[in-house]
Write a protein that binds this ligand. Sequence first.
Ligand SMILES: NC(=O)c1ccc[n+]([C@@H]2O[C@H](COP(=O)([O-])OP(=O)(O)OC[C@H]3O[C@@H](n4cnc5c(N)ncnc54)[C@H](OP(=O)(O)O)[C@@H]3O)[C@@H](O)[C@H]2O)c1
Length: 306
Amino acid sequence: MADVVLITGASEGIGRATAFTFARGGYRLALAARTAETLKQTAIDLEQSLNAEVLAVPTDVTQPEQVQNLVERTLERYGRIDCLINNAGICMSGPFLQTTPEHWQALMAVNFWGYLHTIRAVLPDMLKRKKGQIINVGSIGGKMPLPQMSAYCASKYAVSGLTEALRLELQPQGIQVIGVHPGIVSSNFLKRAIFLDEVGPASSPDSQAQTSGGKAREQMQQALESFWVSQPEEVAEAIWDAARQSKSEVVVGMAQWAVGAYTLFPGMGRLIAPECSSLAQVLGCWIISGFADPAIAGRGLNLGIV
Ligand SMILES: NC(=O)c1ccc[n+]([C@@H]2O[C@H](COP(=O)([O-])OP(=O)(O)OC[C@H]3O[C@@H](n4cnc5c(N)ncnc54)[C@H](OP(=O)(O)O)[C@@H]3O)[C@@H](O)[C@H]2O)c1
């Protein structure tokens, strides 16, 4: 029987592209996202274009009982889960003091706890079979710090730590744990992102529509329109290669240059410009604002960092 992959955040962006890639590779699919209509449409597209076998289960990964139901239904239908791809994630950007504990909780609930809930639900079956792959989609923000993104970075660094520690623990038991870290990807990420105005009052996650906009959203939009952004299909290919070749970790696209430079020279930022407190800020300006600040990005270029 064909292998089974369970993908969260599968209705759009990287998750949807990954579903198509694994379907082409012959996998049977279990797909999850909250919005039933878009998830169903993705399943129909996969069935019609690739004749794929798809189970679509509307699921909010922040809710452990919904995740348990997703995994139980997948095991009932297919009998096993060979590969779990944790991908559902949201973004938040803005100055630290504009964030509230509720913002942090909302972000961690999806980006960190969502991953934890799926792993806890899937692992007993994998351990029983002494076989399986867990692929956590992280981010460049989980490999180097990015300005105005403390909560997002904290959530993705948590995913990196979880991925690396679990890899050590589970490898002897036949389970591979893989981290795939995209840079900036052209997707609908912005649609769900929380952007906090730099000058407005701190808002709750629920009031994001009123307070979103402003410089942070503008910079992210610019970054998404720059020429070096990855497409979801490129990340999907990287996930597929990582799974097939049992890689431990992959940084996708242009992000690998920034992460490489940051890893080699984490303290160099202080030498570059007095207004930059770290190299991460310089590289972060490159990554996040797409050369929005030529004074900073230009100095990075002159040093041949990226
Ligand atoms: N786009 C980027 O620039 C970028 C860069 C680095 C890393 N990443 C990471 O890549 C992953 C995917 O990003 P993307 O760009 O493909 O995002 P996207 O286009 O916004 O798609 C997100 C997917 O996750 C689902 N989702 C969101 N919240 C969920 C929840 N609570 N429970 C279940 N599903 C949920 C969405 O559907 P519903 O809203 O219907 O639930 C959608 O299917 C994320 O982990 C992100 O952090 C993205």
